[in-house]
Design a binder for this molecule. Structure first.
Ligand code: ADP
Ligand code: ADP
Length: 244
């Protein structure tokens, strides 16, 4: 269970006299839910997702993951909590000059000696898991390819393979399909849906595409100017909910 209580964030600087990015958000997301966050640009979607694992520090409020406070937890506890939370971004945040294999393994084996990643030599079990994750996302055979030689869709699938290696209980996505064409967007969402279904992963994604959000998510949260304007099943999201 993910609990968010009274979350507030007001960015300073940049003439920050305006409205807060998050204006007191409270939510409970049950284990196994697939939630999509929708809303216009600047609504606070990205800030909300990033406050959940404290990539952005909220000014006030609480985030509690399975009874453990994320907000206020010291660095070593935060590290343990983050190990259970996977994240995919619009820009995949892969190491573009290194191999697909290195990228997929790197997330989980961050403490591996640097020569391993430079030479592409990994413990056999890690390599086996990575190959299996790459097969799941349809990238078998591209293990040795440099990431910057992949297409955008392949890169996002490599990022998903990295998340599969992590085996997170919660998957956060900050516009994970926004940089992809329709075919790859569908493919990546279908992959995330399969992880949700088969591994019981709780999923919270910011999406721009309302139709796809309605198709994949079991719950839609509408955000406008840092406040929740809609929270319900996709069937209840009518045209009037999308007007601002
Ligand atoms: P969304 O993801 O819905 O587009 P964001 O969370 O990115 O919304 O942004 C919410 C508001 O916070 C916007 O007004 C945006 O300009 C502002 N904002 C986001 N990130 C920063 C930042 N790093 N510094 C200053 N303002 C920011
Ligand atoms: P942008 O300014 O980034 O182009 P839009 O304003 O077009 O973003 O909104 C992005 C999508 O989110 C649109 O398809 C819109 O229908 C939907 N949307 C906008 N506001 C809401 C809201 N309050 N709740 C749910 N969905 C919304």
């Amino acid at each position: 269970m993910l609990e968010i209580k009274g979350l507030r964030k007001h960015y300073r600087g940049g003439g920050g006299a305006g409205t807060p990015a998050l204006d007191g958000i409270s939510l409970r997301i049950a284990e196994g839910e697939f939630t999509a966050v929708l809303g216009p640009s600047g609504a606070g979607k990205s800030t909300l997702i990033r406050c959940i694992n404290r990539l952005v520090e909220p000014d006030a409020g609480e985030v509690i993951w399975n009874g453990k406070p994320v907000t206020g937890s010291p660095p070593e506890e935060l590290r343990n909590i983050r190990a259970e939370i996977g994240m995919v971004f619009q820009q995949m945040q892969l190491l573009s000059r290194l191999s697909v294999m290195t990228n997929v393994i790197a997330g989980q084996f961050a403490r591996m000696p640097r020569w391993r990643s430079l030479l592409g030599v990994f413990p056999a079990e890690a390599a086996r898991q990575a190959r299996s994750a790459l097969a799941e996302v349809g990238l078998s055979g591209l293990e040795g390819r440099r990431v910057d030689a992949l297409s955008g869709g392949q890169q996002q699938r490599a990022a998903i393979a990295r998340v599969i290696m992590q085996q997170p209980k919660l998957l956060l996505g900050d516009e994970p399909i926004s940089s992809l064409d329709a075919v790859n967007a569908e493919r990546v969402l279908a992959l995330i849906a399969r992880l949700h279904r088969e591994k019981g992963m709780t999923v919270v994604l910011n999406l721009h595409n309302v139709a796809m959000a309605k198709r994949y998510a079991s719950r839609i949260i509408g955000l406008t100017a840092g406040r929740i304007t809609f929270d319900g099943p996709p069937e209840q999201l009518g045209e009037h909910e999308l007007k601002r």
